[in-house]
Design a binder for this molecule. Structure first.
Ligand SMILES: [Zn+2]
Length: 267
């Protein structure tokens, strides 16, 4: 057995191509080493909360039990909607956590994952956030001193830019190649100036990201471990937080945070 434990968002290293590692408290599996091999993943029916480890039937917010989902700062509504963050006013589920994670520099960025999108992230999460989303190119366009402001800029830009990734297109490498990120950055800067956010604008180089993939599938179908507890197929690669198998089956690891699995190579 190569790994026996709870799934958790893949750790990544920004190399060419990206190196992906599945880590638990006492195991570390380099996923890149499995590419090209027949891999078996079996879910044994147990799901543990990624915060308190309690056994549960169903997870909320990508890996939490209902109680943690309602109380831990990592699952607060401002994670998805940063403009709602109130930690700069001293209001948070956990002010100590907020001081380290919300009341710190954040970046607003543009990225190409399937097509162009806008997003925000904490300064420590560059380029991790882009890798998690499967972006092929990205550029930072603004730097702000805390989370809520990044949300305000994003809300402004969402009037003209998308903020979602089409994961089917991203995984089949159906990418809009006609986009010039520097031109788009200039457009975004103009919009932000008009909205009185001039103070936060920054210049940056475009970052390019290459993923470890042998073959892209033409069509993808998402595997749900609740319905299909066992996968056995040749691993073709990894992009974003998805394992891509031959035939176009894809497994979103992050969506299965806390699921207890055994992973092995079938000879
Ligand atoms: Zn919990």
């Amino acid at each position: 057995m190569l790994f026996s434990g709870n799934l958790i968002k893949l750790n990544s290293q920004y190399l060419v191509p990206v190196k992906y590692i599945l880590k638990s408290s006492n195991q570390s599996l380099i996923i890149n080493d499995l590419i090209g091999q027949r891999v078996k993943i079996s879910f044994n029916g147990t799901i543990n909360c990624i915060h308190c480890a309690r056994k549960m039937r169903k997870s909320y917010g990508q890996g939490y039990c209902f109680s943690c989902f309602q109380t831990v700062p990592q699952a607060s509504p401002s994670i998805v909607r940063p403009e709602l963050d109130q930690s700069h006013l001293g209001i948070s589920r956990d002010m100590e956590w907020a001081k380290k994670n919300s009341l710190v520099d954040h970046y607003v960025y543009l990225a190409i994952s399937s097509s162009l999108k806008v997003g925000i992230t904490r300064y420590t999460q560059i380029p991790t956030r882009w890798i998690d989303q499967g972006a092929s190119k990205a550029i930072r366009i603004a730097k702000v001193p805390y989370r809520q402001i990044s949300g305000l800029l994003e809300v402004e830009l969402k009037k003209n830019f998308a903020d979602k990734t089409n994961w089917r297109k991203m995984l089949s490498n159906n990418i809009d190649n006609g986009i010039n990120l520097l031109d788009e950055r200039d457009k975004a800067h103009k919009l932000l100036k008009k909205a009185n956010f001039s103070d936060y604008l920054i210049d940056d180089q475009v970052t390019e990201i290459t993923y470890p993939i042998l073959n892209y599938p033409e069509k993808v179908s998402s595997v749900n471990l609740d319905k299909t507890p066992e996968i056995e197929a040749r691993l073709e690669g990894v992009k974003g937080q998805y394992l891509i198998f031959e035939g176009g089956q894809v497994l979103n690891i992050r969506k299965h945070n806390g699921y207890y699995v055994d992973i092995s190579v079938v000879k």
